[in-house]
Design a protein. Structure first.
Length: 180
């Protein structure tokens, strides 16, 4: 009976269920690379590489995955960018974001695909835009060049950490060849 009531409530209040999933992975990749060919790739990190990724990401950023699935977009054989999907906890619930890194090792875009915390804790698009163009340096920090979100500090920190994690994995994996 309780399950039936929850299902009924979700169908009667479509905004509640729909507000949580904002984009599918396929939709996010299409938005990021509308004119490119996207290839799914996998990197397998050694313990030493995992330690290096943690060092690059920074002390307050967790990097736990040894198997990294990422997507590389090419147009006419030239690299357009690489996309990394990041699942992390904000407060008590998960958020899923896509961090797109360009060939210049700078963030091209960050898209929130799923946000299951209350909507008032979400980051507005204008706030997310300040991550664009950032490299993996000290300014990519809420204590550095990233403005905090009043009333949503945990969201600001979680998104900034996801950006740092994506850039660190990108530098380590080197999906376009060459060094970071």
């Amino acid at each position: 009976p309780l399950l039936a009531l929850l299902v009924l409530a979700a169908t009667l209040v479509p905004g509640v269920a729909a507000a949580q999933t904002l984009l599918t992975q396929e939709e996010a990749l299409e938005l990021a690379f509308p004119t490119g060919t996207v290839e799914r790739r996998t990197a397998y990190l050694s313990d030493a590489q995992l330690d290096r990724a943690r060092e690059l990401a920074g002390n307050d950023v967790e990097v736990e995955q040894t198997i990294v699935t990422y997507y590389v977009a090419l147009r006419d054989g030239a690299a357009m960018g690489a996309a990394y999907f990041d699942v992390h906890r904000v407060r008590t619930k998960n958020e899923v974001v896509m961090v797109v890194v360009g060939p210049d090792a700078r963030i091209r875009r960050v898209d929130v695909l799923k946000f299951t915390e209350p909507p008032e804790y979400g980051a507005p698009e204008g706030w997310i835009e300040q991550l664009e163009g950032r490299a993996l340096d000290a300014s990519l920090s809420v204590r550095g060049g990233i403005h905090n979100l009043t009333g949503a500090t945990l969201t600001a920190r979680a998104l900034t950490r996801a950006a740092r994690r994506g850039l660190a994995l990108h530098a380590l994996i080197e999906p376009f060849g060459g060094g970071p």
